[in-house]
Design a protein around this ligand. Sequence first.
Ligand SMILES: [Zn+2]
Length: 292
Amino acid sequence: MPELPEVEALAEFLRERAVGRVIAAVDVVAFQALKTVDPPVTALGGLTVTGVARHGKFLDLDCDGTHLVTHLARGGWLRWRDDLTGAKPVRPGKGPLAVRVRLAPDGDGRAPGFELTEAGTQKRLAVYVVRDPGDVPGIASLGPDPLAADFTPEALGAILAGSRTQIKGLLRDQKVIAGIGNAYSDEVLHVARMSPFKIAGTLTEAQVAELHEAIVTTLRDAVERARGLAAKDLKAEKKSGLRVHGRTGEKCEVCGDTIREVSFADSSLQYCPTCQTGGKPLADRRLSKLLK
Ligand SMILES: [Zn+2]
């Protein structure tokens, strides 16, 4: 799932290629992905892309004041196409293609564009056509952006104060902080040397400062690594940059301990016991059942 760094890189990638170009048409292939009816998606035809922004994990294409907003969800991705002139018409219900955005041909006759695709059977990719990004409920309810200047240690402290939530869940909650998902929350907690199950409201001022530093440096580093990469290369870059997430059974590159995981119904978290939980493995209901 693309998180803040990947969506930031995608926004930059699209900004360089699409801004200033006219949209020829937007073809919606997966009808369930389109969450709005007014303005209609056809209203985008003929408009010029004037800007590309990120809000949390949402990608926002500003087209003369009408916004095409996308949330890529777990299996979604963006694929840039240098030339869509020969592209076959798309048939609903076949393959991963959800939306195709065709741009008007340029001087050399090529008509570039991009496609939103979604792998897997869980179809969660969402597309909105709105007059204001704030009309998208998931954007309206976003918490502060962790890369914004006003996301200070004090601001984080105010968010955590009094919270009875486990820190892992809190970091992933888009209403609390925007843009961090399952992967980067694992990474942040590893950098901060903090148990994922620690109760947010119990952090000392020093721990809040360490967590803040871990959030900002982890995300900034990931944005830096992703910057300038082609959309198709971002997924591999994200994976190779992660130190604990998705690395169960591998060695922690900080201390050499074995990275462990805790499984939930439809996700799992990874952590290093030595770095994060005083060397003690966290209880994993699924695993302990298997060991009985
Ligand atoms: Zn470690």
